[in-house]
Structures are given as structure tokens and as C-alpha cells.
Design a protein around this ligand. Structure first.
Ligand code: SF4
Length: 357
């Protein structure tokens, strides 16, 4: 049996199995036994958790917490709101749309790791929301909509599908003349790097003429290992670009040191930091959320000027009207008819001439 399938079959999703990896606290045990939720991770990702540290950044993303029962700020029916599912435009359940020329195509609700902070929690983790993941229906809709040039294949985790299924999806999308690029959102390079097999590489390589992009999600430097490096190298070697979409998570990566180290370490394994997302107001994840400005402050204090330009992601707030970028607000101090006054990351001031239009 292939190793990645073995990993999935041995998912760490019971209290007994979890106890093989960590010393479970009474609070964690309460979360596991009282929440009606999908949870679990791969033995590989579980092995990265710190046995005696309840604040281990990986553990917090994996182990259900009683705090998930609280919901002061989460928007009820979040996905319906966020993905514009209650609008006049009739779309299959598998198609989420916020922009004119690109869509998210949800092809599965299964994941290798059920992230406690997932914004699709209602669908993937708590499963209160039922959507029809009818791939054919979605493909028909994309075929009929010539304005769509970019498809993000998402889930759940689409790389949990078999090689044959992934190949079918890519082939069918490739046949649609107006599709110029295909993106996959998958956490497998981080939580199940064994998934990037020789046979999957063959599937991905064959279609290199329509670029394939993979965006993964890595939230803390401890998630990056030699296995991650190999998986990313393998993806790149078959022509697939790999970016990261981190989520800003309170107590996990919202401090200067972890945030900087995360972005530096991503580059050491050839993953290009792409986005940092504000943790979305889905129900039951208040405890992961920081103030909105926090991400911009971290870009200012941990990254911009402090490390390599390639390590700079864009900080965005994903909303029902699309992503809204937020930048640190210190750069432009003043502007008059003669000049601009600009400030750098150290607080130093310089001026540039204001050249009229
Ligand atoms: S892998 Fe993605 S879709 Fe699955 S639980 Fe994690 S964040 Fe949600």
C-alpha cells in the first residue's frame, strides 16, 4: 500500500491514538469527548507535536478545544455569507464565486488534517452544512461561463483524491478553452508530504502547458521538515509552483519571532509566501482570532525591512466581497506640492520629489 494511503488509514482521530503522541490535558480530553466534530491528523503531523506542551502550535491546530463551543463574534451560516451562496446567480454547490473571472471549485469535504481554525468549519469540520460536491455539475457550469479563466480546485483537500480523479479533473479543466490556469489549495505538502508520489508527479507533469499552481497552508515553522522540502522540490520539478497561504492565529504565529521564522523557513524549502489571511469570522473559532490590524503590524515589525523581500506575503482579510489587503500604515508620512516624506522600517525619514502628472 502507498505510504500516503497508509497515513490516512491510520489517522490519529481517537483519544487513545492521540495519547501515543502527546500527554493529553483534561481540557483537551473534554474537547475531544464533548464536541460533535470531525477531528484528526496524520501520524506524520501528529509526530511533530510536542508531547508535554499544551501550547504547542501544531497541537492547537489539531486537537479540538472546548472553546469551539463559544461563539461571540463568528457569523452564523458563515459560508453562505462568505461565498455568496444566497445571491440571485444560480450556481452549483461546488462553485463559490466572489470575482468575475475566477472561482473556487469545491470537489471534496475530506482532509488529511481537520484544522480547528478552518473557515470552512461548518462544512468540513463540524459538518452542519451539507453541500453537493458534484464535479460534473461544476465542470458543466465552468464550461458554460466563458468569463472564467482561473479555477481554484479546493475542498476539503483535493489532493486526498486518487491520482485518477486528480488527472480527470485537470484533463477536463484543460479541455475548456477559456481556462488559463488551474490552482490547487492543498495542505498535503505540510500535513501529508508523502502524497507527492512519483505517480502523482506524472499526473501533474503531463499538463504543464496550462500552469498548475499549488497553494498550501503552513502556519508555524515547526511544520516544516525534510519531508516538506522533498515534497515541494518534487512539485517544483514537475513545473508546479508552490505558494503559502498562512492563517494568522492567536498564540500560534502572532508574535514577531514565529512570524518571521515561518516566512524565512518557507523560503528555505522553496515555498513562496503568498498570503497571510486574517482568521475569518467563522463560528466557533473566536479563540484563534486577533484584532484585524495585527497582521499588518507583524508585516511591519517582523518582515518588511527585517528580512528578504521574497519572504513578504500580502496580508489580506477575506470577505464576502473579496480579499481586502491591509498594509502597515507608516510609509507615507506627508505629501505636499514639492515632495513626499517617507518613513522606513527603522523610523528613518527620507524625501522624494513630487513630480506632477
Ligand atoms: S486542510 Fe483546509 S479545508 Fe481542510 S480543515 Fe484544514 S483549512 Fe479546512
Amino acid at each position: 500500500m502507498e505510504e500516503w494511503i497508509e497515513q490516512l488509514q491510520n489517522s490519529v482521530n481517537t483519544l487513545e491514538k492521540l495519547k501515543e503522541y502527546i500527554n493529553v490535558t483534561p481540557q483537551e480530553e473534554e474537547g475531544i469527548t464533548t464536541l460533535n466534530t470531525q477531528w484528526g491528523t496524520t501520524p506524520y503531523f501528529a509526530s511533530l507535536m510536542v508531547r508535554d506542551d499544551p501550547n504547542c502550535p501544531i497541537r492547537k491546530q489539531v486537537v479540538p478545544s472546548v472553546k469551539e463551543k463559544e461563539n461571540r463574534y463568528g457569523i452564523p451560516n458563515y459560508l453562505i455569507w462568505k461565498e455568496n451562496r444566497a445571491t440571485d446567480e444560480i450556481r452549483p454547490d461546488s462553485i463559490a464565486r466572489q470575482y468575475f473571472d475566477r472561482i473556487a471549485f469545491t470537489v471534496t469535504d475530506v482532509c488529511a488534517n481537520y484544522c480547528r481554525h478552518c473557515f470552512r468549519k461548518e462544512l468540513v469540520v463540524d459538518r452542519d452544512l451539507k453541500l453537493r460536491m458534484d464535479v460534473e455539475e461544476g465542470l458543466d457550469w465552468i464550461r458554460e461561463h466563458e468569463e472564467i479563466r482561473d479555477v481554484l480546485v479546493t475542498g476539503g483537500d483535493p489532493f486526498i483524491l486518487s491520482d485518477e480523479r486528480i488527472e480527470y479533473l485537470i484533463r477536463k479543466l484543460r479541455e475548456i478553452p477559456h481556462i488559463e490556469m488551474i490552482r490547487f489549495g492543498t495542505r498535503t505538502p505540510i500535513v501529508l508530504p508523502h502524497r507527492i508520489t512519483q505517480s502523482l508527479m506524472k499526473v501533474l507533469s503531463k499538463y504543464h502547458r496550462v500552469p498548475l499552481w499549488v497553494n498550501t497552508q503552513c502556519n508555524h515553522p515547526n511544520e516544516i521538515t525534510e519531508k516538506t522540502a522533498q515534497a515541494v522540490y518534487d512539485l517544483l520539478s514537475c513545473g508546479v509552483n508552490v505558494g503559502n497561504q498562512a492563517v494568522l492565529l492567536k498564540g500560534i504565529n502572532d508574535d514577531v519571532e514565529s512570524f518571521r521564522k515561518l516566512h524565512q523557513k518557507l523560503l528555505t524549502v522553496r515555498i513562496r509566501p503568498y498570503y497571510v489571511f486574517y482568521c475569518e469570522p467563522a463560528p466557533g473559532i473566536d479563540h484563534f482570532r486577533t484584532p484585524v490590524e495585527k497582521g499588518a503590524e507583524l508585516i511591519r515589525d517582523a518582515l518588511r525591512g527585517h528580512t528578504t523581500g521574497l519572504a513578504q506575503p500580502m496580508y489580506v482579510i477575506a470577505t464576502n466581497i473579496g480579499k481586502i489587503p491591509l498594509m502597515p500604515d507608516y510609509y507615507l508620512v506627508d505629501k505636499n506640492e514639492k515632495e513626499y516624506t517617507l518613513k522606513n522600517y527603522k523610523g528613518e525619514i527620507t524625501t522624494l520629489p513630487n513630480i506632477p502628472d
